[in-house]
Design a protein around this ligand. Structure first.
Ligand code: UGY
Ligand code: MN
Length: 298
């Protein structure tokens, strides 16, 4: 009889252990309904902190150092965007950090309208994360951009970005570095229209969203990793990066620090910071990454 009680007691303990949140019940990361969700839904509805740390006051994964920064969604600070009407934005990477470019999120609603970048500054990439936006040039030609679509606006190119309803975009800007006889043209495009490119020595899937001609002083790549895949090259290079994780999760190595990262996270990488990524979890990682290119570092 005593042994039956002992068994029931132990079973009771197990049941308790497996049902209590945060104790023997770490979230599996298995998202069975992920397929039913809109593209990039995690960026627009990020997990603000790991479940077991949600109620911990002051907890953030964000880090800011001279050589890199990780800005996770729970530390985004939104405010009015100067020169834009009815738009709120969060500057996530800016020259105050040491970068030569600006990266921010902008949330548009039905009366929103963009302002123009400063003279000589290219709005080198806008990418739609949620909703739709309309881009219009000086002659009144408009194009509707949906989630996963993007545009490039050369320096001193008159244009506006508006939305009929709600739209969230990520924006990159930098002072254009001119090159004699090369003039960048405005562009619009969409990720799914780009072929997968060869990546000799690597296994991730690569799409280049900007023409690789010398007119453009940067590139924007979309990189996809299946869970378990990682960068082969432990990269160290003179270029800077601004990165937005669109899907998935994994570990980013930046210098001597190793960071758990997930969709919605933004990373700034200074020149020569050692960098490496491995995808984990059950779904692919997709990230959007800016890199200065096509100009001599001198
Ligand atoms: O092109 C790049 O430098 C890219 N592979 N870097 C990165 O993913 N951190
Ligand atoms: Mn790199």
């Amino acid at each position: 009889m005593r042994s039956i009680f002992a068994i029931l007691f132990i079973l009771g303990l197990f049941k308790h252990a497996f049902s209590e949140e945060g104790y023997c019940s770490a979230p599996s990361g298995l998202s069975t309904d992920a397929k039913a969700k809109p593209l990039y839904w995690k960026v627009n509805s990020p997990t603000l902190s790991p479940v077991h740390l949600k109620d911990l006051p002051g907890f953030t994964r964000s880090v800011y150092k001279n050589s890199h920064a990780l800005i996770s969604p729970e530390s985004h600070v939104y405010g009015p965007l100067p020169d834009w009407s009815d738009t709120t934005g969060a500057y996530l990477i800016s020259p105050e950090m040491g970068s030569h470019f600006l990266m921010y999120l902008a949330k548009l609603k039905d009366n929103s309208r963009s302002g123009l970048p400063l003279p000589g500054v290219e709005r080198l990439f806008i990418f739609v994360l949620q909703g739709t936006v309309t881009v219009t040039n000086a002659t009144g030609v408009s194009q509707l951009l949906k989630v996963d679509s993007y545009a490039y606006f050369p320096p001193n190119f008159e244009h506006s970005i508006e939305s009929d309803a709600l739209g969230t975009i990520v924006v990159f800007e930098r002072r254009y570095s001119p090159l004699a006889n090369h003039i960048p043209e405005p562009l619009v495009g969409s990720t799914d229209k780009h072929p997968l490119l060869e990546t000799p020595g690597e296994i991730f899937e690569l799409r280049k969203l900007i023409p690789t001609t010398l007119a453009y002083d940067f590139n924007i790549h979309i990189m996809d990793f299946q869970p378990g895949e990682f960068l082969n090259v432990k990269e160290v290079h003179y270029n800077q990066h601004g990165l937005l994780l669109l899907e998935g999760q994994g570990i980013y190595r930046l210098g001597d620090s190793w960071y758990p990262v997930q969709a919605g996270d933004v990373i700034w990488m200074a020149p020569f910071i050692p960098q490496w990524y491995a995808a984990l979890g059950k779904t692919r990682t997709r990230y959007l990454i800016y890199k200065d290119a096509n100009r001599s570092p001198l």
